[in-house]
Write a protein that binds this ligand. Structure first.
Ligand SMILES: [Zn+2]
Length: 112
């Protein structure tokens, strides 16, 4: 995640300039891929570019406590019934086909 050296503000998505203090090029800082479920949604119909992901699939929005609760979106790897607000989760970086291009994607699962 990006964190401003001028004011310590966390940024996501990535920015070239801090929206809080105007500093340029906030540096990247490693953050554990873990957090708490903020929200989720299940998609039942395929739409353009995501045909490689079998439906239904669930996307989860996770608040990262190590980055001032900035939220990251990713695919859920468990059962939808396992999800609850605030549930502790861990993530990993996987890959997803978007059209004919493989792109990195976050995958979330319950922390054990
Ligand atoms: Zn700043």
């Amino acid at each position: 995640m990006q964190r401003c050296q001028g004011c310590s503000h966390w940024h996501w998505p990535a920015v070239s300039r801090c929206s809080e203090c105007g500093a340029w090029d906030p540096p990247w800082q490693d953050v554990p891929i873990e957090g708490a479920v903020f929200s989720w949604a299940t998609t039942w119909h395929p739409f353009g570019g995501t045909e490689a992901i079998g439906v239904p699939y669930t996307t989860v929005l996770v608040a990262l406590p190590h980055a001032d609760n900035r939220r990251l979106l990713g695919l859920w790897e468990g059962e939808e019934g396992e999800l609850s607000m605030g549930a502790a989760v861990v993530g990993s970086v996987g890959a997803t086909m978007v059209g004919k291009t493989e792109v990195p994607s976050l995958r979330w699962r319950l922390a054990r």
